[in-house]
Every structure is written in structure tokens, then in C-alpha cells.
Design a protein around this ligand. Structure first.
Ligand SMILES: *Cc1c(COP(=O)(O)O)cnc(C)c1O
Length: 379
């Protein structure tokens, strides 16, 4: 069994993917070819925003977005303490300070009340200028925008939705990657919508922001490539990756998202009461980038992981180290703050195999083994 089986997806979509790639090779339009435009139009329509700007990867998508707001030294942006490193790295790349905020133990996403406390603390200290909140839709579940957007509005902060794992999620019928003033995603192969290499995209309703982002992804171009009006960078999505993503997006929309929701529901139904399943709340739809359970202790989590490994079931720990304890951020001097939930999650979470091509027998085998561990069976 594979943790995320990309081969099965390729077997299913092979004829369309191969055809798309062959067309790109025949056209020789390897950069900015027609499939890139087609993909941007389809992505914008699916998400429900005016503009989609594809780029080189999800980390560039975040840092270009923060650059569009002129985030710089002396500024800060609030970032959940429990996330992938890039959410906070992007803030530091622009010279600003990531201020970490603890998360909700059920959703794993930024805790809105603690966000407001952190904003007030930074304002009271008067050392940094709060500019933005980087919300993360962790493991496929949108952050609680019902609570976050009013807080951001109250303090005049921009919202950058890091939807690298959230693409395809929903909150009350509105799609992930449409909640931020700017929202981003990643097409890293293992994400809900992945390509065959690196790729990313930025979403916004704001015309000026979109024009700025289209400029800086190609060396700050003006009217054309050799008219350079600002310092930009090189961050484009390859045409080949767009051609691979087009059939994958259509599969994602027509059945893959439903399939992962089926897997998640079957896990939750079967796993029993010795583990805490991930959040199911009727106002959200998750795209299940991960199905992460929690155990009572680190010892139980590690024992379960080892037991499942012996049974041939791969699992992952996302994430073992909270942001505030990453060595790269040790110069920020944040040790005096407490991140109780995020600390505990790093010790107790375990992600089970999750992808749209898991079969019922495989899901049931995982369930049987998890239950077997708690019932004291030998692997
Ligand atoms: C994967 C990921 C990113 C970075 O995306 P890349 O395409 O790998 O650069 C950023 N934020 C989160 C939450 C991610 O999971």
C-alpha cells in the first residue's frame, strides 16, 4: 500500500496526460504555451475568483503575494505555529517577522481568538507593524474565515490564504483559495491537485494585484519581456506541467474530491474511539490533503506508527516540529510564548494513507490494523 498512490492516478488518466504532453512537445511552446492560459482560466472559474496567475511553486506564490503588499523589514505577519515551514519562510524571505499563533485542536487551523490576542500584543509592544495574516488551510480543511475575516478587517490586516493543501475545500459553499485578499496553492505532486514537478498558483479578485503578479513572475516585465519596469524574478509554470494539470483538474472536479471524502468518512466510521478523528463539521468540505488522527500520547502515536509499518501500512507525521521551535527562527526570540496545542499535536498526530484511488478493502485493512493495535494484537 502506498501513502499517496500517484501511479494509480496516472494509470487512470494516462491517455489524456500523454496526449497533452505530446502536444506540448510537438508545439515546442515549453514556456507560456496555450495550456497555461487554459489552466489559469479553468482554475479561476473553479475557485470562483477573477484572476489566476500560475507560477513556479507554492512558496514563490506566497512570497510574490507578500511582495505585492510591500511586506518588509519592521513589518510582521501572523502565521499558524502548526504548518509547513514555507508558510512562515515566505514572510521571513521578505525581511518581515512571522509571529506565530497557536491552532485549534480540532481543525488544526489558526485559532481566531489567539490571533486577536497576538495582534493586540504586537500593537501594545509597538515594535513591529502588523500587516497580514497568513491563514493556512491545513490538511485540506479551510481555516475558519467566518471568524478570521472580521478580525483582519478590524485591525486593517491583509489576508493571505495559503491554500497549498486546501485546494478544493469549501466553507459554506465558497471554495478555498477565494478567501484571502490573495490566495495561493501548490502543485507539488503530493498535494490535492499535483503536477509532475514543481508548480503553484495565485488567486485574486484585484485587477491591479493580478497585473503586478503577472509582471514580477517574468522579471518585472512592462509591456513586453524586454521592457523591465521593476525588479521581479523568474517564476512561471512550465507548459508541460499545465498540460498534465488540465486532465488532473477535471478528474479532481468530477470524482477525485468525492473519492477522498468517501475514504475519510469510511475511516472515521470504522476507526473506533481510541483515536481522535479529524474534524467533520457540516459547514466545511475538506479536500483531504491528509487524514490525520490524534492519539492520547506520543508513546502511543509512535507505537501505532511502528505497528502499522510492520503491517505494510505507511503513515506520516505532519508535523514533528512546531514553527516556533524551528532552528531557522531561533533568532526571533519567541521562547517565552506558549503554544500548547501545536506542541501537543506535533507529538500525537499521525496521517494515514489517503488518496482518491484507495479501495474499500484497503481502507478496511487500515481500520482493522489500527483497531488491532489498540486491542493488543500482534502485527
Ligand atoms: C507544500 C506547501 C507549501 C509550499 O509549496 P511548494 O510548492 O512546495 O513550494 C506552502 N505551504 C503549505 C502549507 C504547504 O503544504
Amino acid at each position: 500500500m502506498q501513502f499517496r498512490d500517484l501511479n494509480r492516478q496516472y494509470e487512470t488518466l494516462k491517455s489524456e496526460i500523454d496526449k497533452g504532453m505530446q502536444e506540448v512537445i510537438s508545439s515546442s511552446a515549453f514556456i507560456s504555451g496555450r495550456p497555461v492560459e487554459a489552466l489559469e482560466a479553468d482554475l479561476a472559474e473553479y475557485v470562483g475568483v477573477r484572476h489566476c496567475i500560475t507560477c513556479g511553486n507554492g512558496t514563490d506564490a506566497l512570497s510574490m503575494s507578500l511582495k505585492a503588499w510591500d511586506l518588509k523589514a519592521g513589518d510582521c505577519a501572523f502565521v499558524p505555529d502548526f504548518t509547513f515551514f514555507a508558510s512562515a519562510e515566505a514572510v521571513a524571505l521578505e525581511g518581515a517577522v512571522p509571529v506565530f499563533v497557536d491552532v485549534n485542536p480540532r481543525t488544526f487551523n489558526i485559532d481566531p481568538q489567539k490571533l486577536e490576542e497576538a495582534i493586540q500584543r504586537v500593537l501594545a509592544e509597538g515594535k513591529l507593524v502588523p500587516k497580514a495574516v497568513v491563514t493556512v488551510d491545513l490538511f485540506g480543511l479551510p481555516a475558519d474565515y467566518d471568524a478570521i475575516l472580521p478580525i483582519a478587517g478590524k485591525y486593517g490586516l491583509k489576508v493571505l490564504e495559503d491554500g497549498a493543501q486546501g485546494f478544493g475545500g469549501e466553507l459554506r459553499g465558497r471554495r478555498a483559495c477565494s478567501f484571502g485578499d490573495i490566495s495561493t496553492t501548490s502543485f507539488f505532486p503530493a498535494k490535492p491537485l499535483g503536477c509532475y514537478g514543481d508548480g503553484g498558483a495565485i488567486f485574486t479578485d484585484d485587477d491591479d494585484t493580478a497585473a503586478y503578479l503577472r509582471s514580477i513572475r517574468v522579471h518585472g516585465k512592462g509591456t513586453y519581456k524586454y521592457d523591465n519596469v521593476r525588479i521581479g524574478r523568474n517564476s512561471r509554470l512550465d507548459t508541460l506541467q499545465a498540460a498534465i494539470l488540465l486532465p488532473k483538474l477535471h478528474a479532481f472536479i468530477s470524482y477525485e474530491r468525492d473519492a477522498v471524502n468517501h475514504v475519510a468518512a469510511r475511516y472515521t466510521e470504522g476507526l473506533g474511539k481510541r483515536i481522535i478523528p479529524p474534524c467533520f463539521d457540516a459547514k466545511f468540505v475538506s479536500s483531504w490533503a491528509q487524514y490525520s488522527i490524534q492519539t492520547e500520547s506520543e508513546q502511543i502515536r509512535n507505537g501505532l506508527q511502528q505497528y502499522l509499518k510492520l503491517a505494510g501500512i505507511p503513515t506520516m507525521v505532519y508535523y514533528p516540529i512546531p514553527m516556533h521551535r524551528q532552528k531557522a527562527f531561533s533568532h526571533l526570540g519567541i521562547a517565552r510564548e506558549t503554544y500548547e496545542v501545536s506542541e501537543r499535536l506535533c507529538k500525537t498526530v499521525l496521517a494515514l494513507p489517503m488518496h482518491p484511488y484507495l479501495e474499500d478493502e484497503e481502507i478496511d485493512f487500515v481500520i482493522e490494523k489500527v483497531r488491532g493495535f489498540f486491542e493488543g494484537e500482534k502485527a
